[in-house]
Design a protein around this ligand. Structure first.
Ligand code: UD2
Ligand code: MN
Length: 260
């Protein structure tokens, strides 16, 4: 496993903040890779080691954003992705957003990290699930939305603390706005999932099914439009832009969970 220092030596063409663009042409795709993150150092190194060379080969104009949630609030994957979006657009005119679990390593160069006329679920075939889609409405893992699509669905919900439900909630939002989820062919959309020890602060969320029941109505008043957070630190590191954030769980839970 390479250290961050090893990686910096290998990836000399990167610009500060984990940015790259093709030399000699202007890429059609300005892509922000948003990684919801806490305490998965080994996996982050592994992902960056694989992702940067692949994205360069794909001739994308891209940047990598690691949104790292400070303790003690419970992990909120969906909200971290909203924050990643909000911070990335302040820094560059991104038009495409790839929301990326840190533990999924793409295995095929034809898995192009761009956006389409419909939201795309990228991680359709994962080794852990025998490279089969576990269920048709799955939207977890890695997904791709244009800026316009992401704004139309009001981003992700902010109220899912702990593990589960936030990806299904997004699927509901997407359908509610008349979009259809697309996927690359199963022999291309292949990923390896890295193993890890159980996390603290990301235990299964007991509210996940109850929250999901009102996903469609809640999309109108819970999401990008009500996003509140505090940036503790933002730094253009060599391999990625590090966004260290504080989330106030009590404050967020004052948002209505059920329709008025
Ligand atoms: C599934 C989904 C994931 C998400 C989750 C439910 C797939 C392939 N993955 O993941 O997208 O919907 O269920 O919430 O469908 N993380 C940290 N530190 C932590 C905890 C989580 O960095 O302490 C991040 C990291 O990017 C990780 C992601 O959150 O990959 C999802 O957590 P997980 O990998 O533990 O959950 P998993 O594999 O069941
Ligand atoms: Mn995982």
């Amino acid at each position: 496993m390479p250290t961050f220092q090893d990686l910096e030596k290998q990836l000399t063409k990167l610009e500060p903040g984990g940015r790259s663009r093709p030399s000699g042409c202007v890429s059609r795709h300005r892509v922000a890779i948003i990684i919801p993150y806490r305490n998965r150092d080994n996996q982050l190194r592994s992902l960056l080691h694989n992702l940067h060379p692949m994205l360069m080969r794909q001739q994308l104009d891209y940047g990598v954003y690691v949104v790292d949630e400070a303790l003690p609030s419970r992990f909120n994957r969906a909200m971290l992705m909203n924050i990643g979006y909000a911070e990335a657009i302040k820094l560059y005119d991104y038009q495409c957003f790839i929301f990326h679990d840190v533990d999924l390593i793409p295995q095929d160069d034809r898995l192009i990290y761009n956006c389409s006329t419909q939201p795309r679920h990228m991680s359709a075939a994962i080794d852990k699930f025998n490279y089969e889609l576990p269920y048709k409405t799955l939207f977890g893992g890695v997904s791709a939305l244009t800026r316009k699509q992401f704004v139309a669905v009001n981003g992700f919900s902010n109220i899912y603390f702990g593990w589960g439900g936030e990806d299904d909630d997004m699927f509901v939002r997407i359908k509610a706005k008349g979009y259809n989820v697309t996927r690359y062919p199963m022999h291309i959309a292949r990923y390896r999932m890295l193993k890890h020890k159980p996390d603290t602060g990301n235990e299964p969320n007991p509210m996940r099914s109850a929250n999901l029941r009102h996903a469609k109505e809640r999309a109108e008043y819970d999401g990008l439009s009500t996003l509140k957070y505090k940036v503790l630190h933002l730094e253009l590191k060599a391999l990625y832009t590090w966004v260290h954030v504080e989330i106030n769980e009590t404050q967020i839970m004052q948002v209505r969970r059920t329709p008025p």
